[in-house]
Design a binder for this molecule. Structure first.
Ligand code: HAM
Length: 425
């Protein structure tokens, strides 16, 4: 019996892959417009990197990492997200020398041992960007506005930014204590996970989906109430930048995100259009202490990442197609061995002239070959019989009009080239 793909992974087949290619091409253009440069980091990192960045009490580290020991007894993990590896690479390659901020982007597979369902997989893909070196709120505003522009340029409707500030090491302890005091009063009503979080990380109770925890979170103290002067001012400036370009946002004091490295800004973009899954398409925020935590130097950062599968699902739900289905413009249908040999040579000539072309490789009947040409959606079919060969001609069929003409083999390629002059492929 065939060994099947691992649970929570996907094969992306021809027909679907074109959507990915279309998306990636658009993303590359947009990253260029916003002056971001691509970085490619390993899919494997030392496990310690994620323990020190994503955080030991996060769901990712507690239960979702694909970690293993390699043959050299190293503890490695398939990256569950892209920020930690990007910060690591930035520090390791000393990209901080030279002018700051540096603006990087990445795309690629990530791995989380999650419960698979629509839009949630164990191997999924993210694209994201990170800006290093500036604490200024203009960076936060640019990243948020960029993500919104990106999704609206792709055609997504009814986008909403949810925004919060999660404080910094100076003010967060006071806020955590306030949350602890508040939730402790209702401890018995909290789900078992949140009862544990009360000790380990009360912030995470705020984004628990359990009904009782969500209800209690509504009236919980907000981080803004406990923010220090720096965080309050940073948030005020961020809002001023967003307001000035007319970017709307919803303040959501329950938005704390599932990764421990955030300081100050946290945000998500959701699409509220009918039929859309309510899940966030992208999430991000500021992480001023992350580089320090992983053993580097103090280096502020801000970024976001979006789930590619989730985005493509949302685009599909909203009837937006990005892919261009590639197909051969010319199909050659030879009949008989000599014709097949000539067809083989013609095919090579067409391809050398950059014309997408194919031929029958199964010695099928003419009827079957014409069906293939139709399925390929070719513009032309060249029908070549052994007797045509003797005359030095071929039949050129225009697939749209179903008209056929005899064309000299010597002029065939030029005739086809001329006919395809206005076609882009
Ligand atoms: P995150 O919210 O964990 O943030 O993931 C970002 C996006 O990845 C989510 O909004 C979602 O679209 C997608 N995603 C997450 N888990 C899955 C899954 N199991 N299956 C499919 N899609 C998924 C981060 O990863 C941060 N590194 C974002 C960031 C960048 N913050 C600052 N810079």
């Amino acid at each position: 019996m065939l060994t099947l793909k691992p649970r929570g992974t996907n094969d992306f087949l021809p027909g679907e892959v074109e959507e990915w290619q279309g998306l990636e091409a658009r993303l590359q253009k947009l990253f260029h417009i916003y002056n971001y440069h691509e970085i490619r980091t390993p899919i494997l990192e030392h496990t310690e990197l994620f323990l020190r960045s994503v955080g030991e009490t996060s769901d990712i580290v507690e239960k979702e990492m694909y970690s293993f020991e390699d043959k050299g007894f190293r503890h490695l993990t398939l990256r569950p997200e892209g920020t930690a590896g990007t910060v690591r690479a930035f520090m390791e390659n000393k990209l901080f020398s030279g002018s700051l901020p540096k603006k990087l982007y990445y795309m690629g597979p990530m791995f989380r041992y999650d419960q698979p369902q629509a839009g949630r997989y164990r191997q999924f893909h993210q694209f994201g960007c990170e800006v290093f070196g500036s604490e200024d709120a203009s960076v936060d505003a640019e990243v948020i506005a960029f993500s919104l522009d990106l999704f609206s340029r792709l055609g997504l409707k009814e986008l909403q930014v949810r925004l919060n500030t999660v404080g910094c090491p100076k003010c967060r302890p006071g806020y955590l204590q306030a949350l602890k005091d508040y939730f402790s009063e209702y401890k018995a009503e909290l789900c078992l996970t949140c009862q544990r979080r009360l000790e380990s990380n009360p912030l995470r109770i705020l984004d628990c989906k359990e009904e009782a925890c969500a209800r209690l979170s509504e009236d919980a103290p907000t981080s803004l109430e406990y923010a220090c002067d720096d965080c309050t001012e940073h948030f005020r400036q961020l809002r001023a930048y967003l307001d000035t370009i007319g970017t709307e946002y919803l303040l959501d004091h329950r938005l704390v995100r599932g990764l421990d490295y955030y300081t100050q800004t946290a945000f998500e973009v959701v699409s509220l259009a009918v039929g859309s899954s309510q899940n966030a398409i992208c999430g991000g925020g500021r992480y001023n202490k992350l580089a320090y935590e992983i053993g580097g130097r103090d280096l502020p950062g801000m970024g976001f990442a979006a789930g590619t599968e989730r985005l493509l699902l949302t685009l599909k739900e909203q009837g937006i197609e990005l892919g261009k289905k590639a197909h051969p413009e010319v199909f050659i249908a030879p009949l008989g061995f000599n014709a097949r040999v000539k067809a083989f040579a013609l095919l090579e000539e067409l391809r050398k002239a950059d014309i997408p072309a194919d031929m029958d490789l199964m010695a099928k009947s003419l009827k079957a070959q014409m069906k293939t040409a139709d399925r390929f959606n070719a513009s032309y079919t060249v029908i070549l019989g052994d007797d045509d060969l003797e005359k030095g001609t071929a039949v050129l069929r225009h697939m749209d009009s179903a008209q056929q003409e005899d064309v000299l083999l010597d002029t065939l390629i030029d005739t086809i080239k001329k006919g395809l002059e206005h076609v882009s492929y």
